[in-house]
Write a protein that binds this ligand. Structure first.
Ligand code: GLU
Length: 290
């Protein structure tokens, strides 16, 4: 049997912190325990926030932690054609439509709907897409696209959920409410998610699913903050005919006030800890490993 494949997939939009160290070390440990392979993927599709110096720091910090990964490293910005291809396949199934509202317009639409009561929110707390671009005629769409207006390409969630039902995944870790084992997917909770934008032919959801399949990842070890997004990933995998890997969501490392760490959380940044003389083995202890 082929060895299991793991991946650590950071975005180079800031320095790594203790939460990343925990995730990377868990992946590394799982790969070692199982005789598996560990890949590193740089998720750099957001050109406005990702920077080469953060990528260089990722390599350096992981090596300092004692983590070894296979080469070459996959950098998402170099594979836009793969995502465009997946997007074209979803478009051919008539599951994708352009929506032209700006973020400010969406906020106004949500506020107007909330005058009549609460408007549904996705598992991350963002309001579901409130617009009706889905019902624009083909000619109106073409006209707006031709006018050069910016747009987001959204998944027609209702149509997608009609095509594939009964989705689930094998959870080897634990969800925020203790979910484990075979977990049913609820992608509709996310509404018409964005799959791409006029300027960027992909999104986090689309590229993560395409890459995990292209790289043959068999067990995805990542933070519980992405537990609910797995429902969208399972849906896209099914629509694109891609295999469904196992998932192992892990607890999040929090700061002293119990908040999830962010890339700007200075004192828990690996660089700050290293500068303060903390060793890689104490990082393991700090995150509760060994
Ligand atoms: N790039 C994502 C992040 O840095 C992780 C994606 C994933 O593990 O699925 O949060």
């Amino acid at each position: 049997m082929a060895p299991p494949v793991f991946r650590f997939a950071p975005s180079p939009n800031g320095f790594l912190h203790l939460g990343h160290a925990y995730s990377a070390l868990l992946n590394f440990d799982r790969a070692r325990e199982t005789g598996g392979r560990l890949l590193l993927r740089i998720e750099d599709i957001d050109a406005t926030r990702c920077r080469p110096e953060f990528e260089a720091a990722i390599f350096e910090d992981l090596a300092w932690l004692g983590i070894a990964w296979e080469m070459p490293v996959r950098r998402q910005s170099e594979h836009l054609a793969d995502y465009r291809d997946a997007l074209d396949r979803l478009s051919a199934l008539e599951l994708v439509y352009p929506a032209f509202e700006s973020r400010a317009e969406i906020a106004r639409l949500v506020a107007a709907r909330e005058a009549d009561g609460p408007w549904p929110r996705d598992p991350d707390g963002a309001p579901l897409y409130p617009g009706d671009a889905k019902s624009l005629s083909a000619s109106a769409r073409d006209r707006l696209v031709a006018s050069g207006m910016p747009y987001a390409l959204r998944l027609d969630m209702a149509a997608a959920c009609q095509r594939v039902t009964g989705l689930s995944w094998n959870e080897l870790g634990e969800g925020p409410d203790g979910e484990r084992g075979i977990v049913p997917a609820h992608p509709a909770a996310w509404g018409d998610v964005i799959l791409a934008r006029k300027e960027t032919p992909t999104s986090y959801h689309l590229s993560v699913v395409v890459d995990d399949a292209l790289q043959g990842v068999s067990e995805i070890v990542r933070g519980q903050d992405l537990f609910y997004a797995t429902s969208v990933h399972r849906l896209l995998q099914a629509l694109l005919g891609l295999p469904g890997p196992a998932y192992r969501h892990h607890r999040l490392i929090c700061d002293d006030e119990g908040r999830k760490l962010s890339k700007s959380s200075g004192s828990t940044g690996l660089r700050a800890l290293r500068a303060a003389g903390i060793t890689p083995s104490s990082i393991r202890q700090l995150v509760g490993l060994d």
